[in-house]
Design a protein around this ligand. Structure first.
Ligand code: SF4
Length: 104
């Protein structure tokens, strides 16, 4: 093995390592939507603490308490509405959180 092959091998391993680390970081960021599942995220991140505190998920854990049936939900397009509790940031109609309140 000469030094060129060795250098190439090192650089290849370095590149593969960088891809693995970068991919892991990207996946971690994807799931980091303030407690959600990344479908309807707050683009500013301003409500992330509230989402986490109220255990928001894009799929309600209780099917009887979905965002679409919550008094704090404002309907939007087909995929995301808005939550007044979460500073009018996007939430899924199928989502839910601990602050659910029945629509009047
Ligand atoms: S407060 Fe209501 S609309 Fe907002 S995330 Fe919780 S369940 Fe959904």
């Amino acid at each position: 093995m000469n030094s060129n092959v060795s250098r190439r091998g090192f650089l290849t391993r370095l590149g593969v390592g960088a891809l693995v680390v970068g991919g892991t970081a990207a996946l971690a960021a994807c799931g980091k939507s303030g407690g959600g599942d990344a479908q309807c995220k707050d683009p500013t991140g301003a409500s992330d603490a509230l989402r986490k505190q109220n255990e928001y998920t894009d799929k309600a854990t209780d099917p009887q308490k979905k965002c679409s049936g919550c008094a704090l939900f404002v309907a939007g397009d087909a995929s995301c509405g808005k939550c007044t509790l979460f500073q009018n940031s996007p939430v899924s109609p199928e989502g839910g959180c601990k602050a659910w309140a029945k629509k009047a």
